[in-house]
Structure formats: structure tokens, C-alpha cells
Design a protein around this ligand. Structure first.
Ligand SMILES: [Zn+2]
Length: 70
């Protein structure tokens, strides 16, 4: 029995389909968790304020370019 010892007969260095499914699933779960955390951390910061005068979205806390006070 020369070459049949040990478990190097296949599933050692190969990426099988189930392994790929596992990796993709973990990746998707990680992305979901990141998205959820991003939403929970800053709930209102990304909401775009709009100028009450001209209706353009305000960038930053400063006044609008049209001169109206934001
Ligand atoms: Zn404006």
C-alpha cells in the first residue's frame, strides 16, 4: 500500500463549491452588517437639507448660495 496513506487525496488544496458559497455568504452578511451600522450611527446626518428659498440642497451648515439664510 504505497500511496494511500493520509488524507491528501483530494479535498485539501481545492476550493469546492460549498466553500465558495460559504465565502460569498459571509461577505454578504458582512456588507449587510456594515450597512446597518452605518445607518444606525448617523441617522439624520445624510439627510439633505434644502434651501427654503430656492429649493436647492444645502451642502454643509453654511447659508445657501442664493443669499437666503439656511
Ligand atoms: Zn437658496
Amino acid at each position: 500500500m504505497p500511496c494511500w496513506s493520509g488524507s491528501r487525496n483530494g479535498s485539501s488544496g481545492r476550493v469546492t463549491g460549498s466553500d465558495m458559497v460559504k465565502v460569498v455568504t459571509l461577505f454578504l452578511i458582512g456588507m449587510l452588517v456594515l450597512a446597518l451600522f452605518g445607518r444606525l450611527r448617523m441617522p439624520g446626518r445624510h439627510r439633505k437639507a434644502r434651501c427654503p428659498s430656492c429649493g436647492r440642497p444645502l451642502i454643509g451648515p453654511g447659508p445657501c448660495g442664493c443669499g437666503a439664510r439656511g
